[in-house]
Each structure stands twice: as C-alpha cells, then as structure tokens.
Design a protein around this ligand. Sequence first.
Ligand code: AMP
Ligand code: GLY
Length: 413
Amino acid sequence: MKVLIIGQGGREHALAWKVKKSPRVKRIYCASGNGGTARVAANVPIRSDDTKALMRFAEDEKIDLTIVGPEAPLALGVVDSFREKGLRVFGPTKAASALESSKIFTKLLARDMRIPTADFEIFDKPDKAKDYVRSQKYPVVIKADGLAQGKGVIVAKDKNEAESAIDRIMVEKAFGHAGDRIIVEECLRGEEASIIVISDGENVVPLASSQDHKRLHDGDKGPNTGGMGAYSPAPVVTDKIFSGTITDMIGPAIRGMKEKGAPLSGVLYAGIMITENGPKLLEFNVRFGDPETQAILPRLESDFVEMIEASIDGLLKGHELAWNDKSCVSVVMASGGYPGKYEKEKKITGLDKVRKLKETFVFHAGTKLVDNNVLTTGGRVLNVVALGSDIKEAIDKVYLACGEIKFEGAHYR
Ligand code: AMP
Ligand code: GLY
C-alpha cells in the first residue's frame, strides 16, 4: 500500500512514523515534508495547498491512501477533489471543515445542539461591535470568524484593547476576509485540554487526552506561540470530563453535522476549557492537533492505518484502540528569536545520540536534510518526545535528550 501524507510539520512526521509501523504499508510520500520525514518517507516538493498537483501526483503514483495534516487544504476542499476523482482520502469535506474554518458556524451549531460554550454575539459591522464591547464586563474575547493561523483570537482586558482588536480584524483586515465577521464572547477561566476523536460521520473512536503548552516560557509566561510542547494523557482530564466531552460536545456535533447533510468524516478535535461550571467548548478543529499528535501517537499500540480506513469506510462502530499505559511528553526546540523573527539554516547536531536513547523520538518540524546534514528552516524546529512510566520519568528523559541536541540559538521551555 502507498500512502501520501499532506503537510510538512512535526504532526506530519509523527503521522508518517506511525503509518510506517502498519505492516500493509510499503511506501510513504510526504508533500512537502521536512528533514525528518525524509528518513521515513519520500518527500515530494508539492505545496499542501496545491490541490491540482497533489491529485496529479496521487493519480500518477497510484496512491492508495492520502492523509491530510493541516487545516488549510481541508478548507480549500482537497478531500472533495480527491473523492471526485475516486482517490481514497482521510479527512473532512469542505462543508464539514466549516467546523474549523468558521468559528461562527461552530458557535451556531453549539447553540442549536446545546453544546456548553461561552456566551457570544456575532458582528459584521465594526461600529456595532464597538458599541457592544463598551457595555461588557472585562476581559472579553474577540475572535475573527475564519482561519487566521491561530492568531485570530484576542483576549482584551479593557475597552481600549477590545476596540483596537475590532479595528485590527475588521477595519485593517489583519487576517483578510477571515475578519469580515467576528465573535465577541465571554472570557472563560480554567485549564485547557484537547480531546481528539476519529469519526466516520456517525460513530467516533476517541484518542487519548492531551494538553498543549502555548506560552513561550516556563510557568505559562511569555508570548503565545504555535505550541511549545504537549503531553498525553492530560492529568486534568478525569474520566468524567473525558466522557462528558464525548457525550455533551463531540456527540451532538457529529449528529448536528449529519443532520445538516455535511457528516464529519475524519478528525474532530475539541479544545475545551475546564471551568468551575464544568467543561466548555472553546473550539473545534477538524485535523490532528500539532503538537498534541506528537505526544499521542507514541502511546497508541493499535494499527493506525486500520483505524483511518475504518473511518473512510464508515466502519468505526465497535472499533477499539489499544494504548500503552505510559505518559508521553513532547518538548519543542525552537530557533533563536521565535516566535518573533528568527534565523534559519543552522546545523543541528546530536540527533544520532538521541536515536540511541530508549523510548525517545525526535519528530522534525522546521528542518531540511542537505547532504546528510539536518538544517533548521522554521521557528519551531524539533519535537523531542519521550515515554515514561509516569509523567516525571517522561519529563526527565525528554530533557536529557534535549540536552544532547544542539543548534545555534536553540531554546525550549
Ligand atoms: P480558539 O482558536 O477559539 O480555541 O482560541 C485560541 C485560544 O484562545 C484558546 O486556546 C484559548 O487559550 C483562548 N480562548 C479562546 N476562547 C476563549 C474564551 N472564551 N475564554 C478564554 N480564553 C479563550
Ligand atoms: N495545538 C493546537 C492546535 O493544533 O490547534
């Protein structure tokens, strides 16, 4: 079986690594991949938003299964295009991707399906939004409706911050058309966690819980980033919270999408806030989390490709997954300057030493392989991952490995 993975980050390296363990898989391609996927897959220089070129490649190479990593190609309808050509693909259609590509769509679905979430109002005119925020309790949360690479949410601590966020999104169009409409919502307090499930449009199979760490520095300080690390399981997610999220959020969303004629086949990722009044939905994503996936997949014992195929074929009912009982921690090593401007093309050393460590893996994100040297190409460079019998052992192992890996300017929390 030939598998194509679309994307180029740490999530896609983890996906390729896990797919490779499936006995039926003979060859893996990654478009466009990175220095790490180059060792488990053949990298193909096609951008993940170039649907036509991806389809041509899948047809020419007789790809048996395509797995889509990032949200942008899903929102563009890559799955619909592949399906029209009879190509087998894992992921939601463009219509179902609205659960991630429109926060307003999700809020309205949540209202219809009585999914617990923050109270909200929708605006399509900046003046109306500003009138509204003048009478609100602070902080309030302002969100661009569309995809904004994780930067479209602003927690405003006073009226001035709220008004300038409205201007940035709706008037200056900092995120383009993603900011044509906004949500103003109640600020929730608590701890965040991620519950990710695989769906076939009707049935779901949950993956292990996880939690990512968005702030740059230790103790959740410093600016927000794309995620500096993750662990699984998330200790804050008790069995009750886990099953409550499935019954009160995931289940109604899957039913609601089916009723709308846009069943969600693929991944459903619920970002939740565990508040004093119970868990509430922050967002849905329709793809694997990054960096959560890097901490989840090393714990999965079952065949990943079988699960993906059961989702595509509508056969997830009764599909069970086996997990090891270890804790997994993933730490992001970033370039000097990240999340601001950073330098590239730094040589990475020490990866060979880490390869010899037990239950320790490195999933590459912003790297490339040049003449057998691994060079940095992005802000988030590597995900260093370790399994341990408990979270403390996993943490000790992961930092031991981080200490072996060197590149100029490297930093991690
Ligand atoms: P979202 O893309 O909607 O999940 O928002 C991104 C991040 O913004 C979340 O992971 C939270 O940290 C924060 N956030 C979003 N909505 C709220 C809210 N209602 N209250 C507090 N924080 C929020
Ligand atoms: N880790 C957050 C996300 O994947 O959206």
